[in-house]
Design a protein around this ligand. Structure first.
Ligand code: PGA
Length: 252
C-alpha cells in the first residue's frame, strides 16, 4: 500500500493562488510509490484542475461535500459536482467543521456515503479534544466517531475509504501527537472497522495521522506500524515545504 499524503489548505488560496501553488508544486522532485493529494477550497477546484493540465500528481481533493445529489440546498456542493472536476478524495468531518459548524456524526456518515456512491474516496477525520484527552476518553471518542462514520458505507463497494486521526489538541499547535500514541489510536480505529465490517476491509483502509506534521517529524509517523500517511495543514501551504515533506516521507 502506497503511503498517502494529503495537503489540506483549509480556508487558504482562492483560484489565483491555487493555480500558482499547483504549478510550483509540479516543479518539485517527487518520490514514486507515494500517493499525493491536495485538498483545496471548492472555489479553487477549477483553477487547480486547469494548472494540473494532464498531470495526475497531485490528485485533487475537496474539503467538504453535501450528501444530496441536487436540490434546494443553497450554498452546498454535491459529490457529482466534485466529480466533474476529477476530484478523487474529499475530506469529511474535519474537526474544524464539527466544531465551528456543528457537524454531527450522522452528517459525517451521510457525506461519506454520498462520496462513496459517486466514486470519490471519503477521508473521514476523527479525533478527541484536549479535554477528552486529559480525561483519557480518546479511545471511547474514536470508537463512537468511527462507528458512526462507517454506518452508512457500503461494505461491497470497490471505492475505499480513508480515515485521518487528528487529535484536536495537535492541530495547528506545533504539539504533534507522539507516534506511539497515534499508533494506539490507529489500532482503535482499525479495530472498529474489523468489528463492523471485516478484516480485509480494515487491512486495506489507509489511516492517516494529522496534527502538526512537518518535514521534521513526517518520517517518524510514516515508519510507525499502522500509520499509512498524513494529513498536513500548515506545512502544506508552501509548495516547497510540502514537496520536501513528500521527499522526506519516502526517500528515493
Ligand atoms: P496542521 O493541520 O498540520 O496545521 O496541524 C492538520 C489538519 O487540520 O488537517
Amino acid at each position: 500500500m502506497n503511503p498517502l499524503l494529503i495537503a489540506n489548505w483549509k480556508m487558504h488560496y482562492g483560484p489565483i493562488k491555487a493555480g500558482g501553488w499547483v504549478r510550483a508544486f509540479r516543479r518539485e522532485r517527487l518520490p514514486k510509490d507515494v500517493d499525493i493529494a491536495v485538498a483545496v477550497p471548492h472555489v479553487s477546484l477549477a483553477a487547480a484542475r486547469a494548472s494540473l493540465g494532464r498531470a495526475s500528481i497531485p490528485s485533487l481533493a475537496a474539503q467538504d461535500v453535501f450528501w444530496e445529489q441536487d436540490g434546494p440546498y443553497t450554498g452546498e456542493v454535491s459529490a457529482s459536482m466534485l466529480e466533474e472536476f476529477g476530484v478523487q478524495y474529499c475530506l469529511v468531518g474535519h474537526s474544524e467543521r464539527r466544531n465551528h459548524l456543528d457537524e454531527s456524526n450522522d452528517m459525517v456518515a451521510k457525506k461519506a456515503a454520498a462520496l462513496q456512491k459517486q466514486g470519490i474516496v471519503p477521508v473521514i477525520c476523527v479525533g478527541e479534544t484536549a479535554a477528552q484527552f486529559k480525561k483519557k476518553e480518546t479511545n471511547k471518542v474514536l470508537r463512537q466517531q468511527t462507528t458512526a462514520a462507517i454506518a452508512k458505507l457500503d461494505k461491497e463497494s470497490k471505492i475505499p475509504f480513508v480515515f485521518a486521526y487528528e487529535p484536536i489538541w495537535a492541530i495547528g499547535s506545533g504539539k504533534a501527537c507522539p507516534s506511539q500514541r497515534a499508533r494506539e489510536a490507529h489500532e482503535v480505529i482499525r479495530g472498529v472497522i474489523v468489528k463492523k465490517m471485516d478484516k480485509t476491509i480494515a487491512g486495506n483502509t489507509k489511516i492517516l495521522y494529522g496534527g502538526s506534521v512537518d518535514p521534521n517529524n513526517i518520517s517518524e509517523y510514516i515508519t510507525t506500524t499502522g500509520i499509512d500517511g498524513a494529513l498536513v495543514g500548515g506545512a502544506s501551504l508552501d509548495p516547497r515545504v510540502f514537496g520536501l515533506l513528500c521527499r522526506t516521507a519516502v526517500p528515493s
